[in-house]
Design a binder for this molecule. Structure first.
Ligand code: URA
Length: 436
């Protein structure tokens, strides 16, 4: 069946509902170039304003998913489960989580992305490890997964090509912040991994895509509904991003902190979130033992060994994980101190993430290269008592000029008050098939 793009754009513009076959035609035609960028931008804007029904969202996600290769690991006996985070500052959770859960018997075909703007990306962090290669062809990806039950890679260009094109277009046409377009974009990429289960970490707060609880809840519900409709058991945790996660923000320093978690010596928030998401992944894989099993994998060193094995299998030098002081280190470190005594009542992740990005830890545009050695160590977080002159952060950089230009703005990330604030809870809510 063929359609006219303009008829479908007008239908959506006027609040109508697009039939499933029309959606499939539109996305397929866009992927091959028969529907133009300007027609897709017009449709994306109509969706931005009018949203999508459940039926439209299901059809849209399926059409995106089938625009490219869909992986099949059904020959691997273990359940395949992955995790996705909507992105935050200091969010290195995938790096300790994936080997920890794989060490407990789940297969994890993890495909991660790069950082953009103030948020970091798992692939960038992993590339701090000398030699590590996240660009794997399908054969190597499958072999590593078969052998280790874990692989840590980027998504190949043959998977969900419609999203690659559409995301760039949305970025240039002001249509990124549409909840149905975000939900379908994330879920099409995850469903293409051939999963049995998926845990979604939907971040809420000033350092996240979703600044308030209502929009985070709506996004989480839409993604859980898409997953369940596609026979992938899906659970979402809404988690706090009103301050950076852990102490380290950057790349190499976040690998260091991830190894600390696998040694049982990580910051409380990173460890708790890793264990909570890990418990959900085990539940989705039907493996009993939950927290005890995860704790045991840490205490016995099996979880860290899993990371070492996979890093080696992907060309990386595992000895930097045994001695993280071998990771790239910045030339200069500045101390950032409190100007008054009191309680830290704000530790703004967006300001800290942007400062780290400007020092080279992230990228303003997707083609920029990054400096793995720079970053920020956050020494005082919400609720901490500090005295004037106490350390708030250490800034690791390679450019005194760049640092001097951003120092004042970075200072505004912290607010210190006389009253102790209410500390944010890390895990806010769970959304699953029983709550949508
Ligand atoms: N992340 C994605 O993968 N897609 C979106 O649309 C937004 C965030």
């Amino acid at each position: 069946m063929t359609f006219r793009a303009v008829d479908l754009i007008e239908l959506k513009r006027d609040g109508g509902e697009l039939p499933a076959d029309a959606i499939e035609w539109f996305i397929t035609s866009y992927t091959v170039g028969d529907v133009t960028d300007y027609q897709m931008s017009a449709l994306a804007m109509a969706i931005y304003f009018n949203g999508m029904s459940n039926a439209e969202l299901t059809a849209w996600t399926a059409a995106m998913l089938h625009s490219g290769d869909v992986l099949d690991f059904s020959h691997i006996e273990a359940k395949k489960v992955d995790k996705h985070s909507t992105g935050g500052v200091g969010d290195k959770i995938s790096i300790p989580l994936a080997p920890l859960v794989a060490a407990c018997g789940v297969a994890i075909p993890m495909m991660s992305g790069r950082g953009l703007g103030h948020t970091g990306g798992t692939l960038d962090k992993l590339e701090s490890i000398p030699g590590f290669d996240p660009h794997l062809d399908a054969g190597r990806f499958t072999r590593i997964l078969e052998e280790h039950r874990l692989v840590l890679a980027g998504q190949s260009a043959s998977m969900v090509p419609a999203d690659r094109k559409l995301y760039a277009l949305r970025d240039a046409s002001g249509t990124v912040p549409s909840i149905p377009l975000i939900a379908s974009s994330i879920m099409a990429k995850k469903l293409a991994e051939g999963l049995d289960g998926l845990v979604l970490d939907v971040k809420v707060g000033s350092g996240a895509f979703m600044k308030n609880l209502d929009s985070a809840r709506t996004l989480a519900r839409e993604m859980v509904a898409i997953g369940e409709t596609s026979n992938v058991r899906t659970v979402s945790l809404l988690t706090d991003m009103s301050q950076p996660l852990g102490r380290e923000v950057g790349n190499a320093n976040e690998i260091h902190e991830s190894v600390d978690v696998l040694r049982g010596d990580g910051p409380k928030d990173v460890t708790n979130l890793t264990l909570s998401l890990g418990e959900v992944m085990l539940e989705l894989a039907g493996i009993e033992g939950g927290r005890d099993l995860l704790d045991e994998a840490i205490v016995t060193g099996r979880a860290l060994q899993k990371l070492l094995d996979v890093v080696e299998a992907q060309g990386g030098n595992p000895s930097v994980l045994e001695d993280p002081s071998l990771l790239p280190v910045a030339q200069h470190t500045e101390q950032f101190t409190a100007s008054r005594s009191g309680y830290v009542s704000r530790c703004d992740p967006r300001i800290i993430g942007l400062a780290a990005m400007r020092l080279g830890a992230g990228r303003r545009h997707k083609d920029e290269s990054i400096d793995h050695s720079v970053g920020i160590t956050v020494e005082a977080k919400i609720g901490d008592r500090v005295e004037a002159g106490d350390l708030l952060a250490l800034v690791h950089h390679n450019s005194p000029d760049e640092y001097a230009g951003h120092e004042a703005h970075l200072q505004s990330a912290w607010e210190i008050t006389d009253e102790a604030p209410v500390e944010p809870s890390l895990i806010i809510e769970r959304i699953d098939a029983s709550t949508i």
